[in-house]
Design a protein around this ligand. Structure first.
Ligand code: AMP
Length: 286
């Protein structure tokens, strides 16, 4: 067994920045030298291998790396049965079937007998076969969205996040094929031999992801309003209540969803809270 764990991560493309941000935020100290092949983590027995997003699965499956970060769509396309040990919440997109906006197709069933261009031929073939929709899948490695205009295909199966690329190319989505996000996969051998190290990575990355959509809320209030304020604050568990030097006053601390703040803060104020502070949270380990 190697003495240092190896984690394969993308070296190019849209998963690079959010992945590096997550690794740094989790507390791993390393420098990327122009994304050279390996970065040595200074404070953990861990090496980070920078490889093509599509090669992460292969590196992990072959045991060259013990774990890796890639897209769920890429794992599904590779058709390898690697254990997904964490979903990372970024790189969210869906693989959707789309047709020219002015065409008649309304649903994936309407693609029977048509040519479908995609950079995910494995997933597309499985999808249509499972539904007994006969299509000709045309594998392309890029620029899938221009295939209908070039006459190469009648429809596409491609990654969509906002839908603006489809729209720009005069296309309309008619059905979802797969939902994707960045994932952490582990090699079967690593999972058997180094479960504690992998658990540590899952725990630390998970703590950053869990903190991203939450805020730490602090406020002062008259003790007489506690029940009313508690009713507004479900939080992680129950809120912390701390007596203040000022007689009859308390401080309340709670963790709340970032998306709840807009509605919540005015109600807390109306319920007697003052000096309300909203703070970012770095990590949450429940
Ligand atoms: P890239 O290396 O930039 O081609 O992207 C690799 C991965 O990023 C894809 O396989 C997806 O898992 C993910 N991704 C997230 N959002 C999108 C999107 N809107 N278009 C393409 N890929 C996306």
């Amino acid at each position: 067994m190697r003495d240092r764990l190896r984690l394969a991560v993308p070296n190019k493309g849209r998963l690079v920045e959010p992945t590096l941000q997550l690794l740094h935020a989790s507390g791993l100290v390393f420098e990327e030298h122009d994304r050279s092949l390996v970065a040595r983590v200074a404070n953990q027995p861990l090496d980070i291998l920078f490889v093509r997003t599509a090669d992460v699965v292969e590196f992990v499956a072959d045991g060259v790396a013990d774990a890796g970060i890639t897209g769920a769509d890429i794992l599904a396309e590779a058709g390898r049965d690697l254990p997904v040990i964490a979903r990372l919440g970024y790189g969210r997109c869906r693989l959707a079937a789309a047709v020219p906006s002015d065409g008649p197709a309304r649903a994936v069933e309407d693609l029977a007998g048509k040519r479908v261009a995609t950079s995910h031929p494995g997933i597309a073939r499985r999808f249509f076969a499972e539904r007994a929709i006969p299509v000709e899948v045309i594998p392309l490695s890029g620029a899938v969205e221009v295939a209908p205009r070039l006459g190469v295909a009648d429809a596409i199966v491609d990654l969509v996040s906002t839908g603006s690329t489809l729209q720009m190319n005069g296309l309309r989505a008619i059905g979802d094929v797969l939902a994707s996000e960045a994932i952490l996969v582990a090699g079967p051998a690593a999972l058997a031999e180094r479960p504690h190290e992998l658990d540590g990575i899952v725990l630390m990355l998970g703590s950053v992801i869990a903190a991203r959509d939450r805020k730490y809320l602090m406020m002062n209030a008259p003790v007489a309003r506690l029940e009313e304020l508690e009713g507004l604050l479900p939080g992680l568990e129950s809120p912390s209540v701390i007596p203040l030097a000022h007689e009859g006053m308390i401080a309340i601390h709670a963790v709340v969803g970032a998306d709840e703040l807009w509605g919540l803060l005015p109600r807390l104020k109306a319920a007697g809270a003052s000096g309300i502070l909203v703070l970012p949270i770095e990590k949450i380990l429940p």
